[in-house]
Design a protein around this ligand. Structure first.
Ligand SMILES: *Cc1c(COP(=O)(O)O)cnc(C)c1O
Length: 357
């Protein structure tokens, strides 16, 4: 894929950039450039270009605004102590976008083109990748949307793929802190044959009413159950879940309607290498409650690119509170191992890191 570059004539100046990178927050500041590629049935993917970051002009009839045909990815670029810049398993994000795209009836963006696009934007905006101290990174958001101006319902004949980038501070300010969860007994985020396994905005739209409920209940995030019996644990709005047992076994809900997290997949491999038996299977809400009560479950944690790994504290529902499990030992060991690899402070034994520049 040929990518042209039109440099931003008025990039953010160095003094302002230092200020932004000192306290980037999340998703509020954007780099000097963005990357765009178009697709039409006749031309395929074409006109890949890096241009100054700025607003899009969209016709009000643009299909994505009406029927939500879109998919996205979330990943990070990390600066190592020698100044080099790396991403974590980017081909996995690319492969997942191919799967999401298939579910959303989009054309397939080849894995190598996806990775080349992300690399190209990171390289152009490399001064926006913060120093590694405090687990800061450059958050990358590749996304694809139906850009055709058409109100009929069918797969779009004009599709746009973009990558934007935003510096991100540590997910946890002042140290890792357990998240308290709200169990939704009203809403589900996905169902059989639905889009649960696709990374698409619609799943997030479906999670917001439940998320609002969680906030009202003083919780940080929502646990969703399966849509058939409201019995089996699925995941949080944007993170996968793991349950550590007293005998060392680690259980995580099986795939199907959940999003196949790359952090989840990496933890399954890592925990195996650390000598833990890992089970991917149905895991019920009763197993969670009873396991914590009996001491059979010693740790619960959630994972995703943004937080990497976070211990789970209390689980609240209209039917009472399940307290935080006793330990966070394995949770923190896994977290430290992943963060160590990502920032180049631990050996990359799995070959997961990809050097950008
Ligand atoms: C992105 C996402 C995750 C986490 O996936 P990672 O690849 O680990 O970042 C989990 N659940 C949902 C619904 C997601 O969208």
């Amino acid at each position: 894929m040929q990518i042209s570059t039109a440099a931003n004539p008025t990039p953010v100046d160095d003094a302002r950039l230092v200020e932004i990178l000192a306290n980037p927050g999340f998703g509020v500041h954007f780099t000097d450039h963005m990357l765009t590629v178009e697709w039409t049935p006749d031309a395929g993917w074409h006109d890949a270009r890096i241009t100054p970051y700025g607003p899009l002009t969209l016709d009000p009839a643009t299909a994505v605004l009406h029927y939500a045909q879109e998919t996205f990815e979330g990943m990070k670029a990390y600066r190592h102590d020698d100044g080099s810049i790396w991403t974590f398993r980017p081909e996995q994000n690319a492969a997942r976008m191919v799967r999401s795209s298939a579910r959303l009836a989009f054309p397939e963006l080849p894995v190598e083109d996806f990775v080349a696009c992300v690399d190209a934007l990171v390289e152009v905006d490399q001064r926006w990748v913060p120093d590694s101290e405090g687990e800061k990174s450059l958050y990358l958001r590749p996304f694809m949307f139906a850009s055709e101006k058409f109100l009929g319902v069918r797969p779009a004949q004009h599709v746009t793929f973009m990558v934007i980038a935003s510096p991100a501070g540590a997910y946890f300010k002042g140290g890792v802190k357990p998240v308290n969860l709200w169990l939704s007994e009203t809403f589900t985020r996905a169902g059989r044959g639905g889009m649960g396994a696709a990374k698409t905005g619609g799943n997030y739209a479906a999670s917001l009413a439940a998320q609002r409920e969680a906030i009202e209940q003083g919780c940080d995030q929502v646990v969703f159950l399966d849509d058939q019996e409201f019995r089996y644990i699925e995941e949080l709005g944007g993170m996968n879940l793991f349950f550590v047992h007293a005998d060392g076994r680690v259980v995580t809900p099986e795939t199907g309607t959940i999003l196949e997290g790359i952090t989840r997949a990496s933890i399954i491999e890592l925990a195996g290498k650390l000598g833990h038996a890992v089970e991917e299977r149905k895991f019920s809400i009763d197993e969670w409650r009873d396991g914590v009560a009996s001491g059979e479950i010693t740790e619960v944690f959630a994972c995703g690119t943004a937080a990497v790994v976070t211990p789970v504290g209390e689980l609240r529902s209209p039917h009472g509170v399940t307290p935080a499990p006793a330990s966070t030992e394995l949770t923190m060991r896994i977290r430290d191992a992943l963060v160590g690899m990502q920032f180049g402070r631990a050996e990359d034994t799995f070959g997961w890191m990809h050097r950008v520049c």
